[in-house]
Design a protein around this ligand. Structure first.
Ligand SMILES: [Zn+2]
Length: 551
């Protein structure tokens, strides 16, 4: 058994619990969870049967007998019935608040037929005054028999400007009214760092990417209200808790989103912990307020400053050294020059920020890694934990440099499985070096995977299925050399997730002093065939000692 934390040891961890809470720690646990199969994710005692909890934290771990012996008359004793328990999962890169706001205001298009998409957009347009924007999201162009195009959206809503966002967040599909409204004609060239795609005859087909999509979305989407952000944060945190996710990195936040999480927390509606990256455009305001990475508490914390180097994997705009398969000479889209990335990263780095740069393709990863290496040479900083968000396509040399620079990659957790039908654009050989979890772990790199929700589902069992099997939905294997074990995958989405936000001292493992964030699963992850992982569901989710989800 690991002894209950003494008052002195607990204070030494510097976790800032109040004096009143500390007094109780010298007495008895509030709750004992016993008769479980609890994966602690610690090296010393990987599996225990019971946990004693005090307040929001784990108080002691050990056998059922040992923990029950600590109980007093007021202690709640909860029989886990032999169920598997893990620490709460950490979605180390996702977009919860924006997704929540979108769920409240836009048309969800998680559909596999063009007709269904058209019909949903038509229905919303019918209820929208002519001339006003109709906005859809969660569409995925490879889940329909062919991609949506301008003519589909003209037919669905001829009286309205329409924009449908791809679930990956880097491309969108627009109708003719939308193009006319922003002054795009057939002779308009694509903007820098963006693209208006054209059909075989050279006409705009309505697909727009990166800066071209950003410009349209900035026009189409009304700035959400403070209330919208609060509701969005609350809604998504509840969904995440029901899937076993108790922590997430909000990967492209800003002051309004930060406020949304805080408002939801103040209202008692926040069911998870959110490490909130801040978009570079808001960095000056944050610096002026005297804030940098780490400010906040275990519920809502300021994360890294967010930069973008290239495009998307699911939408085939990542910046690659070799062309995509079947797309001519297309090699993706750069989002910023090296000079711009250096200036942005330097400003944040020197102000004490962690930097998290979106980079998918090997060319983009090489560029931002070079910037990070330069910054650390010029102004060495201990334990900066600079992040490469996604870090999808690597080479042995890039992996070596990532390790040497202490950089954290945040790979897509579920893409081989969920986006399997897109993998042919990359091809078998390239997949041997994509979402390279095996290579990262073998090199001693603390890779922390994420869903990038809405880009793929925020569902831990889907992540594990993808990482452990490297099989797509049809059973085809993509880069089987990158397989990791179930326990490794759990460690990456708990321990490494906490490390990526400098929070390994408070969460990610279940041991004395850590937050009591955990999931009771209805089946045992360690004995079910990984092909059947999608049938495993959380039975209950606990956040800080309180059940926030019960099936
Ligand atoms: Zn993202």
């Amino acid at each position: 058994m690991r002894k209950p934390v003494s008052r002195r040891a607990f204070i030494a961890t510097g976790l800032g619990a109040g004096a009143a809470a500390l007094a109780r720690w010298d007495t008895r646990p509030d709750v004992v969870l016993y008769n479980g199969r609890i994966l602690t994710m610690t090296a010393r005692e990987p599996e225990v049967a019971a946990l004693a909890l005090a307040g929001s934290r784990v108080f002691a771990i050990g056998t059922s007998e040992e923990m029950l012996a600590l109980a007093a008359s007021g202690t709640r004793r909860i029989d886990l019935g032999g169920k598997r328990v893990t620490p709460g999962f950490n979605d180390a890169h996702s977009h919860p608040c924006d997704s929540g706001v979108a769920l409240l205001t836009q048309v969800p298009l998680e559909m596999n037929s063009i007709e269904a998409v058209k019909s949903a957009m038509h229905t919303r347009a019918s209820a929208t005054p002519p001339g006003e924007w109709v906005v859809g999201f969660l569409y995925d162009d490879t889940k329909t028999p062919r991609p949506l195009d301008r003519a589909d959206l003209d037919a669905a809503a001829p009286e309205h400007p329409v924009v449908v966002q791809h679930r990956g967040g880097h491309t969108a599909f627009v109708n003719s009214r939308a193009l006319a409204l922003i002054g795009i004609t057939e002779s308009s060239p694509s903007p820098p760092h963006g693209e208006y795609f054209r059909d075989a005859s050279g006409h705009h087909n309505g697909r727009v990417a990166e800066n071209a999509a950003e410009a349209i979305l900035a026009l189409a989407i009304k700035p959400p209200s403070r209330e919208d952000f609060r509701k969005g944060a609350a809604l998504i945190s509840k969904q995440f808790a029901s899937r076993g996710i108790t922590s997430a990195c909000e990967a492209d936040g800003n002051p309004a989103i930060l406020q949304g999480y805080q408002d939801a927390r103040d209202a008692g509606e926040l069911m998870g912990r959110f490490y909130t990256h801040i978009d570079f455009s808001a960095l000056d305001r944050m610096i002026a307020a005297g804030v940098h990475t780490g400010f906040g508490d275990e519920w809502v914390r300021v994360g890294a400053v967010k930069l973008f180097a290239d495009g998307s994997i699911s939408e085939r705009t990542a910046l690659l050294s070799q062309p995509y398969a079947g797309l001519g000479d297309f090699r993706g889209i750069s989002r910023a020059s090296r000079e711009a990335l250096y200036e942005q990263a330097r400003k944040a780095y020197l102000a004490g920020w962690q930097v998290g740069t979106h980079a998918n393709g090997d060319v983009a990863i090489d560029t931002i890694l070079g910037v990070y290496e330069q910054l650390q040479r010029e102004s060495p900083r201990r334990d900066a934990r600079l992040r490469i968000e996604h870090c999808t396509l690597v080479t042995p040399e890039l992996v070596r440099r990532i390790k040497a620079a202490g950089v954290i990659p945040l790979p897509f957790a579920g893409y081989v499985f969920f986006h399997g039908e897109k993998m042919h654009f990359y091809g078998e050989e390239r997949l041997r070096h994509m979402f390279a979890m095996r290579d990262f772990l073998d090199a001693g790199i603390k890779a922390a995977p994420g869903s990038d929700y809405t880009a793929s589902p925020a569902e831990p069992m889907l992540w594990l299925r993808s990482e452990v099997t490297r099989a797509d939905a049809s059973g085809h294997l993509w880069g089987a050399n990158q397989r990791i074990s179930v326990v490794e995958a759990i460690r990456c989405s708990t321990v490494h997730g906490a490390y990526a936000s400098f929070e390994e001292g408070i969460k990610g493992t279940l041991e004395p002093g850590q937050l009591a964030d955990l999931v009771v699963w209805d089946q045992d992850l360690l004995t079910v065939d990984p092909a059947g992982f999608m049938s495993i569901k959380p039975e209950r989710t606990m956040l800080g000692g309180r059940w926030v989800y019960e099936s």
